[in-house]
Design a binder for this molecule. Structure first.
Ligand code: DGL
Length: 441
């Protein structure tokens, strides 16, 4: 990014030594450098999103918010939660179930009342544009950053495709991939907009969770995540701040989709996990990796198959090779701990809201709100697949620069809008969320 800018600057510096350079020529070069910096800055998804929202303080266009909503007391606003799709509902479930504190005193210790009992949530799943985990592999990281900022602007704003929604006092990035590629952008944007909005991401929270629950575990950490999250190295970086333990990553391109019941993935989930873990252990063994005793569930969908993941590690630990040896008996520690960042995200949010004195003060009977993105066939040039979803070529062929575009629109999510397999998962595994979703009809 800085390449051409630096090249101009270096050229300017070299030329400034030459006696035949006039002051005018030097000034022209300096201006060119500054101009290039401005051009580069306006290309950047962060700069585009910041500028777009600042240019529309009435919140009257897509991807904008009402600046006046963020002046004054924000405590009774809901908490925004977003994910690339419905996987983040596992994080919402953890938020709704979180009970680690006495609600009257704030002291540590469960009191039988969820810590966020007085709060309301607004959930958004960018289902039309998922999986986020595959954008980096096709060189569309900047476009992904724009999508993530668009999600945030949706939560901050009042507009949805069919009416109005409330603004939010906090943003929970429930998606690991979105945290990996968007956390810094979101914090920078919120700061630039001057909003006292709290931002919490799952990756930092997961790392903190590992640090606080390490117990006796001192061996290697396996981070299971999307290919994109692994490519970003967000987990190794976050973990390095809290532990010196070795970290290896296992990125899966298909597991999240398979868990959601994507019909294009025909391999059974257990077999996908077993194959992924087998390949991971093979390469770890070849590198002489330290015994692995901690598994980080670094994708929103993975807590839904936590048992299958545990079983796959147990399976490979017991496998016997042709020579009678068990090649992974040492590499896979006999006792393994799983860390689910969702519960730790809830705790990080609680601590941030408490610290900022932003917990809700007025009791409310209003239920949670749920939104989901869907393709907008009316948008010029939009490419749709036979089932009405965005075509692969269209989805992964887009360029950033148009944060307010509406090739996808955000509509209220109802249980009927969820694919059958997903609805079944939510109903069976996320009961608090399912109940809340029923009430949001
Ligand atoms: N929600 C994503 C995550 O946690 C997984 C699905 C996707 O790739 O969009 O990384």
């Amino acid at each position: 990014m800085g390449g051409p800018v630096h090249a101009h600057a270096a050229r300017a510096a070299r030329l400034s030594d030459r006696s035949d350079l006039t002051m005018a020529a030097f000034l022209r070069l300096a201006l060119l450098c500054a101009f290039t910096v401005v051009l580069r800055a306006t290309d950047d998804p962060l700069a585009v999103a910041i500028g777009h929202a600042k240019a529309h303080p009435q919140g009257d266009v897509p991807a904008s918010f009402v600046a006046a909503d963020y002046r004054g007391d924000l405590r009774d606003l809901p908490i925004g939660v977003f994910d690339s799709g419905v996987g983040g509902l596992t994080v919402l479930e953890a938020l709704k179930a979180h009970d680690r504190h006495d609600n009257r005193t704030g002291k540590e210790g469960a009191d039988g009342v969820p810590d966020f009992a007085g709060e309301r949530f607004v959930y958004f799943g960018d289902q039309a544009n998922m999986p986020y985990g595959n954008y980096s592999a096709v060189g569309r990281t900047d476009f992904l950053r724009e999508l993530i900022l668009r999600d945030v602007l949706f939560l901050l704003g009042r507009r949805h495709a069919h009416g109005q929604k409330p603004p939010v006092k906090a943003i929970v990035i429930a998606c690991n991939t979105a945290t990996a590629y968007g956390l810094e952008d979101i914090r920078a944007a919120v700061k630039s907009w001057g909003l006292p909005v709290i931002v919490v991401g799952v990756v930092e929270a997961g790392a903190q969770g590992l640090a606080e629950t390490a117990g006796g575990a001192q061996g290697g950490v396996a981070v299971l995540a999307t290919v994109g999250t692994c490519a970003s190295n967000a987990y190794p970086r976050a973990l390095a701040k809290v532990t010196a333990r070795p970290v290896r990553q296992l990125g899966s391109a298909t597991l999240a989709a398979a868990i959601e019941g994507d019909p294009s993935v025909t391999t059974p989930i257990r077999d996908i996990i077993r194959a992924d873990v087998g390949a991971f252990l093979q390469s770890a063994a070849a590198d002489g990796a330290a015994p692995i005793d901690t598994l980080m569930l670094g994708c929103t969908h993975y807590p839904l198959v936590a048992d299958e993941i545990a079983a796959a590690f147990a399976y490979w630990r017991e496998q016997t090779a042709a020579d009678g040896r068990k090649p992974y008996a040492t590499l896979v520690a006999s006792e393994r701990k799983q860390v689910n960042p969702a519960a730790w995200t809830a705790e990080a949010l609680w601590r941030s809201l408490q610290g900022a004195k932003m917990m809700a003060v007025t009791p409310t009977s209003a239920g949670d709100l749920f939104y989901i993105s869907i393709p907008n066939p009316a948008w010029p040039g939009v490419g749709l697949a036979a089932d009405g979803s965005l075509s692969y070529e269209y989805k992964y062929g887009r360029q950033p620069g148009q944060v307010g575009r509406e090739d996808t629109i955000n509509v209220p999510m109802t249980p009927e809008k969820l694919p059958g397999a997903t609805a079944k998962l939510v109903r069976e595994k996320l009961p608090l969320t399912w109940r809340s979703l029923q009430m949001a009809r």
